[in-house]
Design a protein around this ligand. Structure first.
Ligand SMILES: Cc1ncc(COP(=O)(O)O)c(C=O)c1O
Length: 478
């Protein structure tokens, strides 16, 4: 602890844009405090000196001194002569103050699908002992099962076009490192699934964004960015998008594919959430069905990734990539730098799961429907000022609050035993203070209790920051 030092630049990247309507020292302190509570600045991390931060941020030293002082007063910073200032948690606590039990509205993690136990019992795991035990691309029998499912859903696929990964996130990171070179531009949606932009950034991408709302994509904007910026890669979640729940219409998909191919952009289509249909009245099959020609500009076309984490169980850590055989070969070559293959026993189980998917997904759909309805009902009753459209699938609601105070709400709820992720976590620039992602994956009793805490805390915040005064802003607490 304490050995890691955060540069002024890295700190300012984490802090993001500051709202010009509020005192800079106060906002900076609030954001740093939330980053510390969140764990994104671990306790013990040395922060840049006041002088260094002032120079890098282009602010006066007095402003930074005041920010650090307020963090010190609240116990989030300890300063020692000669060794600078380090992040701390007050009284060594995690930020929670008055309860031991935490209700989890932070992670959209559904329980294992009904029927999974029976499948566990039916798999002969000793088969894993035949053969070398690890391979980079995945067991042929599992790749065949995944390829068959694509083919049945209208996208002809061979096992050579599939690589098995350890979940969707692993696939995103591997693709990012393989396709992106330093300073390439990459398009992402705003809001989007945060660990995808983490992976793209870490691969060296410069990110550009296109908006998505609960009503869907701004197609003109998306096509315009594709044709003017010509990003090397565009990462999209077209089915039950995380966090908005929106789905891209079939005719929009065709236009996105055409424009991306013409611009030399490789589309990375994340279908991790695609099997989470509750009541969408259409199914367009896999997105890559819309590719009807090779890219004239030499992109890799469409790379699709999928996962069993949301539809079946996150504990499996089982995902895959579907791409051209040449892209799969490149991914196989790149993989050993990070890992040497997906565990065999999980693959054996996954093969059974993929073969039984229709029945398992029917179970999943019932649970999601019941939970979505329960959470929607609770929010209508307890937080009538919020706008919360019900998505046709996915795992969460993207709630619009009646004031931009998502981070403040998140941080205070944490102290009352409700863990949340504020809207800004889903953006790269601190936007979406007016939004909150609310997963409906917890047990119904927890949904009940969680919404009560949410409503009580919102009412308290509204009293302390009456309309007209923006509540404290900052980064989220995960
Ligand atoms: C859109 C999206 N992609 C990928 C992932 C990560 O999937 P996995 O758990 O399979 O790594 C998530 C998890 O939240 C997600 O929402």
């Amino acid at each position: 602890m304490g050995s890691y030092r955060l540069s002024a630049r890295a700190l300012l990247d984490l802090v993001g844009e500051l709202d010009p309507s509020r005192a800079v020292y106060e906002m900076l302190a609030e954001r740093i405090r939330l980053l510390i509570m969140d764990g994104r600045i671990p306790a013990g991390t040395r922060l840049p000196s006041e002088r260094e931060l002032a120079a890098r941020a282009g602010r006066s030293r007095t402003t930074i001194v005041a920010s650090y002082q307020s963090l010190r007063d609240a116990g989030y910073l300890v300063s020692r002569q000669g060794s600078g200032s380090s992040a701390a948690l007050p009284d060594g606590q995690s930020g929670r103050v008055d309860t031991d039990r935490v209700i989890d509205f932070a992670r959209a993690v559904p329980p294992p699908v009904a029927g999974l136990e029976a499948l566990f019992a039916s798999v002969s795991f000793v088969e894993a002992l035949n053969g070398p035990g690890f391979d980079l691309q995945g067991r042929l029998s599992l790749r065949s099962a995944i390829a068959r499912r694509y083919s049945e859903r209208g996208l002809l696929t061979t096992p050579e076009q599939i690589m098995v990964t350890m979940g969707g996130q692993h696939a995103i990171a591997l693709i990012a490192h393989t396709v992106i070179s330093r300073a390439d531009s990459a398009l992402i949606e705003a809001p989007t699934y945060p660990h995808a932009y983490d992976a793209l950034r870490r691969a060296g991408a410069r990110l550009v964004t296109t908006p998505v709302t609960t009503d869907g994509w701004d197609l003109d904007h998306l096509l315009e960015v594709l044709s003017t910026v010509r990003p090397v890669l565009a990462y999209l979640v077209p089915d039950f998008h995380n966090p908005t729940g929106a789905s891209m219409l079939p005719e929009e998909r065709t236009r996105v594919v055409e424009t991306a191919l013409a611009s030399g952009t490789t589309l990375v289509i994340d279908e991790t959430t695609a099997d989470l249909d509750i009541d969408r009245d259409w199914d367009d099959g896999p997105f890559a069905r819309h590719v009807h020609r090779r890219s004239p500009a030499g992109s890799d076309g469409v790379i699709t990734l999928g996962s069993l984490s949301k539809s079946i169980w996150g504990g499996l850590r089982l995902g895959w990539v579907r791409a051209s055989t040449s892209v799969i070969r490149r991914l196989v070559q790149a993989r050993p730098a990070g890992d040497l293959g997906t565990p065999q026993m999980e693959q054996l189980l996954a093969e059974q799961i993929v073969t039984s998917l229709p029945q398992l997904l029917a179970q999943r759909r019932e649970l999601l429907r019941e939970h979505r309805e329960a959470l929607s009902r609770l929010l209508t009753e307890h937080l009538p000022g919020w706008t919360v459209p019900a998505p046709h699938g996915g795992l969460s609601l993207w709630a619009q609050l009646d004031r931009p105070a998502s981070s403040a709400l998140t941080s205070v709820c944490e102290a009352h035993g409700l863990s949340l992720v504020a809207g800004p976590k889903f953006s790269i620039d601190g936007a979406f203070e007016r939004f909150l992602r609310l997963p409906f994956t917890s047990p119904i009793a927890d949904l009940n209790e969680g919404v009560r805490i949410l409503a009580r805390t919102w009412a308290q915040l509204s009293e302390s920051h009456p309309a007209g005064h923006a509540a404290p802003q900052g980064l989220e607490v995960v």
